[in-house]
Design a protein around this ligand. Structure first.
Ligand code: NFE
Ligand code: MG
Length: 577
């Protein structure tokens, strides 16, 4: 008899996400449902406000890709008002974007997704000397893998293990699970990089703050350009950016990429990560302007996994629908006319499998009803995967030389066939390759900025908002989790309508009216789970998308009740409930 298995909350993601699957006696997932259980409503907040303030509000959609929303919201207003921003501003925005990607992808791989690949407990039994030698197999200049460094890593984790609260950040995981494939030495190498990545992410956050003023939620973008004039004219600030960039680029190459190659070698026969993706349509938008009309990544889409054909995007064909989402107005809407009217109907009573494998009473998703705060975006009526894998596939299909060399080089080094790209392993590798391409090329924008400043110091365009005119515009691009678009209508000088169609919405959305599944749900179907009380395979697939549910749903309980009260001590800035 089939059983309902609920994974809720899925941790090591941003936001609130639930996976509910129906598993047969053979352990194979027969059906899958993804639900976001928290609504935010930022698009509603935008209405009636001054367009110049909107980007600062919209960046609060998320605390992870805060810059993504800030940038695309600013671009949407600029597009509506037909503002052409100065070249210097474009280039500074690219440098901030590089800081975002070089922060976001390594943090995802090590601190969110890494424990799906790396068995921390196994690392304790590794031989540090052997591990130190092994690191040279994956990089000529390995980082954090000297014998003594690795011994210290083991001591640190062993101390955690003796702590009364168990393994601290590594507690309550599925250590020893049969689908972990690294040897103890490989686990130790990756664990050392996990700890190192904590330091690196702090440094790369500072890199964003050089031009952004702070991170998260940088402050230096305005409609028309940027305000960080003093920073780009100060050689010391520019030099600081470059030094930090190069250190991070080194980590990306010699730790992150090295570990991805190690994962490709060890996991290439693990069925749960080389199972073909469920949605084979991929959508991306051009991104990363490094020089005049020069972008690192291309836009377009491919269908049915066929990279021999690539199509141009027609923005009119983007819709969002709410057949299974907790909103009114079920039918497909173009984002310029999209509505966001909450209509929460909750779950139904039923039975699922508890942590000990026994049935327990539960609230369950009704597949016939609404079951998520995430809408279902569609392109020409079709579900699409977005993200680094889509970005690389579209650029590859466009003949983008940089991307082709990167992908072909990876396939050659790992001995993987092209088909391996269309898997969980491929998705995780594509994120690292995208990050490496940025690390290899974004300083072109830096050099172009230095050159341009010699002849032009313009950083912001002027404009007027005519209260008697109506405007509409959009800001689009590829952010760390995929294609992001913000859509705005302005009337009487204020926001008339605002919609954000976000990467995690494309990937995590529920079924549409035709019953077509989005990428998360489709990927889970057919997955064999070794032990339904330890659903690591499910989590690994979901994590490979780098879910950001704050973004996808864009605070309150559903009855509007106060959840908690905070007192801030002005002397210490501390916070207590
Ligand atoms: Ni909140 Fe985001 C990115 C955006 S999300 S992380 O990248 O936009 O799906
Ligand atoms: Mg939205």
């Amino acid at each position: 008899m089939s059983k309902r298995v609920i994974v809720d909350p899925i941790t090591r993601i941003e936001g609130h996400l639930r996976a509910e699957v129906i598993v047969g006696d053979d352990g194979v997932v027969q059906d899958a449902f993804i639900s976001s259980t928290l609504w935010r409503g930022l698009e509603v907040i935008a209405k009636g406000r001054d367009p110049r303030n909107i980007p600062l509000i919209m960046q609060r959609i998320c605390g992870v890709c805060t810059y993504s929303h800030y940038l695309k919201s600013t671009m949407a207003i600029e597009n509506a008002l037909e503002i052409k921003i100065p070249y210097n501003a474009e280039l500074v925005r690219t440098l901030m974007n590089a800081a975002l990607f070089m922060h976001d992808h390594p943090v995802h791989f090590y601190h969110l997704h890494g424990v799906d690949w790396v068995d921390i407990v196994s690392a304790l039994s590794a031989d540090p000397r052997k591990a130190s030698e092994l690191a040279f197999k994956y990089s000529d200049n390995p980082i954090g893998t000297g014998e003594n460094e690795l011994k210290k890593v083991q001591e640190t984790i062993a101390k955690f293990a003796k702590h009364p609260q168990g393994l601290g950040p590594f507690a309550n995981a599925y250590w020893g699970h049969g689908t972990y494939k690294f040897t103890p030495e490989q686990n130790l190498i990756a664990l050392s990089h996990y700890l190192k990545a904590l330091e690196m992410q702090r440094m790369v956050a500072q890199m964003m703050a050089i031009f952004g003023g702070k991170q998260p939620h940088p402050q230096s973008l305005v409609v028309g350009g940027v305000t960080c004039v003093m920073d780009i004219l100060d050689p010391a600030r520019m030099g600081e950016y470059m030094v930090k960039f190069k250190k991070m680029a080194d980590f990306i190459k010699n730790a992150y990429m090295a570990d991805i190659k190690m994962a490709a070698e060890m996991y290439k026969a693990e069925p749960s990560v080389v199972k073909p993706v469920g949605v084979k349509n991929f959508l991306a938008q051009k991104e990363f302007m490094i020089g005049r009309d020069q972008y690192l990544f291309d836009g377009g889409y491919i269908l049915d996994g066929d990279i021999s054909k690539v199509f141009d995007l027609d923005e009119d064909l983007i819709t969002e629908e709410a057949t299974h989402s907790w909103y009114k107005d079920d039918g497909p809407q173009h984002p310029y006319d999209g509505t966001t009217v909450p209509n929460h109907t909750g779950f139904v009573d039923g039975e699922s499998i508890g942590p000990d494998g026994q049935p327990i009473e539960s609230k369950l998703i009704d597949p016939e009803a609404k079951y998520s705060w995430i809408k279902s975006p569609r392109y020409d009526g079709k579900p699409m995967e977005v993200g680094p894998l889509a970005c690389l596939l579209v650029s590859y299909a466009r003949g983008n030389k940089i991307v082709q060399d990167s992908v072909n080089g990876f396939l050659k080094a790992t001995g993987l066939p092209v088909g391996a790209l269309f898997t969980t392993l491929g998705r995780t590798a594509a994120r690292a390759l995208q990050c490496e391409i940025i690390a290899d090329n974004a300083l072109v924008a830096f050099n172009n900025l230095i050159e341009n400043l010699k002849v032009d110091q313009e950083t912001c365009a002027t404009y007027v908002i005519d209260k008697d005119k109506e405007y509409k515009g959009r800001g689009m691009g590829d952010v760390p989790r995929g294609m992001l678009s913000h859509w705005v209508r302005i009337k009487n000088g204020v926001i008339e309508n605002y919609q954000a169609v976000v990467p995690s919405t494309w990937n995590a959305g529920p079924m549409d009216a035709k019953g077509a599944k989005g990428p998360y749900e489709a990927d889970l179907i057919g997955l064999k789970v070794q032990d339904i009380t330890q659903p690591l395979e499910i989590i690994r697939i979901i994590h490979s998308y780098d879910p950001c549910i704050a973004c996808a749903v864009h605070v309150m309980d559903t009855k509007g009740n106060k959840l908690s009260e905070y007192k801030v001590d002005p002397l210490y800035g501390s916070c207590s409930v």
